[in-house]
Design a protein around this ligand. Structure first.
Ligand code: C2E
Ligand code: MG
Ligand code: MG
Ligand code: MG
Length: 290
């Protein structure tokens, strides 16, 4: 009986290991094929000013839409793409598409803010990162001050001194930098003040936790730190009125979440922009980079 149990356990373990490996390989192959066949699509989620309800900007979020397996969520394929290095190519497809789409909205007189694009650790550490970004901006004739890049703590804490140098070269181009998922990774407050950041994004996990007092105190503290460092704050994953009200009391300026809108396709976002047109919009200050 013991032996059988042992062997069952072994078998189960082996199978699930195998299953995982097969699934990973399957997704890797789907991504390789998807890159050739344009299966990566970019959606946009609005970032709204908490006081005026005006559109401030948007975040580009990749969607992997396969004909055979349907939509594969970022949380499934991004970690695999990070490991295989395919994230570099996927990231560039997203950046290129985001620049192209934003350029079209600017040209149509529908938008004057920044588009935020997520930058993976692998992309961030490419020796020719800035050249690659310059090429994509130029190709789309988009001035760099319409771009914001979102990076995570893990990306910059790997080699903070090197990260500061890279961030400075991006920032010198007028590109804004946001720290994404703040507080969920390994980060150092000592470095936070040294990074040339513009924005700090409070992770959804903290927003979700605002139903209790300790959770609210936590968000209060994060917003205070950000403001003390002269950083703009974006609250991510805001879904409910109470969350909005509390964030407003903390003077957190910008909200991104289902409360306002889910990520939208290019066509849907165009409609959203036309509706926003009736409201005042916040413009990029072209003097705001140097
Ligand atoms: P993120 O950059 O922190 O993006 C925010 C995520 O929160 C998005 O998930 C968005 O759809 C979701 N979200 C926003 N508001 C709400 C809300 O009110 N409720 C709920 N339940 N969710 C909300 P998504 O699009 O699934 O992306 C997940 C993560 O995948 C992103 O987190 C980012 O880390 C990564 N990712 C997405 N697109 C890209 C990309 O183009 N490049 C890279 N490197 N990573 C990406
Ligand atoms: Mg992000
Ligand atoms: Mg985030
Ligand atoms: Mg996230």
């Amino acid at each position: 009986y013991h032996a059988k149990q042992k062997s069952n356990h072994y078998l189960f373990f082996n199978d699930s290991m195998n299953e995982q490996a097969v699934k990973r390989l399957q997704i890797e192959n789907l991504m390789r094929f998807g890159l050739k066949e344009d299966h990566f699509v970019v959606y946009y989620q609005p970032k709204m000013d908490i006081i005026s309800g005006a559109l401030v900007g948007m975040e580009a979020l990749v969607r992997f839409i396969t004909p055979k397996k349907g939509i594969i969520p970022p949380n499934v394929f991004i970690p695999i793409a990070e490991e295989t290095g395919q994230i570099i190519e996927i990231g560039e497809v997203v950046l290129d598409k985001a620049c192209q789409d934003v350029k079209s909205w600017i040209d149509a007189g529908l938008f004057e803010g920044r588009v935020a694009v997520n930058l993976s650790a692998k992309q961030f550490s490419l020796p020719d990162l800035t050249t690659r970004i310059d090429v994509i901006l130029q190709k789309n004739q988009l001035p760099s001050y319409f771009l914001e890049l979102e990076i995570t703590e893990g990306t910059v804490m790997d080699d903070p001194q090197e990260a500061i140098a890279i961030m400075r070269s991006l920032s010198a181009r007028g590109i804004h930098l946001a720290m994404d998922d703040f507080g969920t990774g390994y980060s150092s407050l000592a470095y936070l003040k040294q990074f040339p950041l513009n924005t700090l994004k409070v992770d959804k996990a903290f927003i979700d936790d605002m139903h209790n007092e300790r959770g609210r105190n936590m968000v209060d503290s994060i917003v205070t730190i950000a403001h003390n460092l002269d950083l703009h704050v974006v609250a991510e994953g805001v879904e409910r009125e109470e969350q909005l009200a509390f964030l407003k009391s903390l003077n957190c300026q910008t909200i991104q979440g289902y409360y306002y809108s889910k990520p939208l396709s290019y066509e849907e976002f165009t409609v959203f922009l036309k509706q926003q047109k009736r409201k005042p919009t916040l413009k990029v200050l072209h003097s705001d980079f140097a």
